[in-house]
Design a protein. Sequence first.
Length: 322
Amino acid sequence: HWYNDNALVDFSPFGGVDTIIGIPFTFKKEPDSLNTGNYYLEVVDSNNCITYDYTFVPFVESNKITIDPPSDSSACYNDEITLDPTVTGPHNRYQWTIAGINSFLETTPYLTIDAQESIQYEFMAYNSVTGCAQTREINLLTVPEIGLDLGNDTSILAEGSIYLLPKMNFNLKDNSLFYWAPNTYLSNYDELNPTFAAAEGELDSITYTLTVTTIISDQICFDYDDITIAIVPKNSSSFASAFTPNGDGINDDWVIHPALIGRVSVTIFNRWGQKVFESPTYDQPWNGVRNNKELPVGTYYYLIQFIGEKTPPIKGTVTIVR
């Protein structure tokens, strides 16, 4: 019987058990491959007497596997990156895992991932015939997400202005480029915080895309976001001057410019200055009712204030007609 580490060795194609016929007896084993280590021969006679001997199989240089890993890699957040180490020596299997975690990832000679975090991978190449294997650690440094956010779409009154205030996960003013497109109606298209202004009748709305390019950890990373700005005319066409809340389904509510809904608060007063209606966002239009009672025909006064903006409030009159 032949043993290695207390396990019966099968010297394929010869087998691990031989029968001795006659003395002296000579046999020769020519295995295709062996792991490095001690190999023990156990001989048992017909009287169940046992004797042992062993031999040491040294490491065979020709079976050596070497891995030349790529240098520690860095990537921008969410970039696709391929880790592709160079392997030499006889091998036929690969395995990728996360260092310190017994999590099986891939069995390919390379690993393609979307960079989400800094992480250390373990790459192993091995030979299932010889049992030889080699493992290397490969580090991936992922640049944190820029997280550019221009906020919600907004609106301004024509001939007013708005200061654009992008938000990011960290300060990128150093080694960074900013580009607004289109580059019209802005105080400066290549700064982080330009001012937008448009005259009456120039446009109804505009959508800007800000692209931020920066160098972090020797990586050129970028992020982008967009915002739409609606320009509300200052003339009376933005607000109905009258409405007829008579329940016929036509002109029953007081209508304002749709770009303002959700961005302004609306307050209505009667001729004596009493508040008859108030809405913080005007998501439900005024129907000429106060406390479940219809208000009388007449002229009312509105005050429209922009939420979180420096645009001056809008004042005017609206008439209920029945």
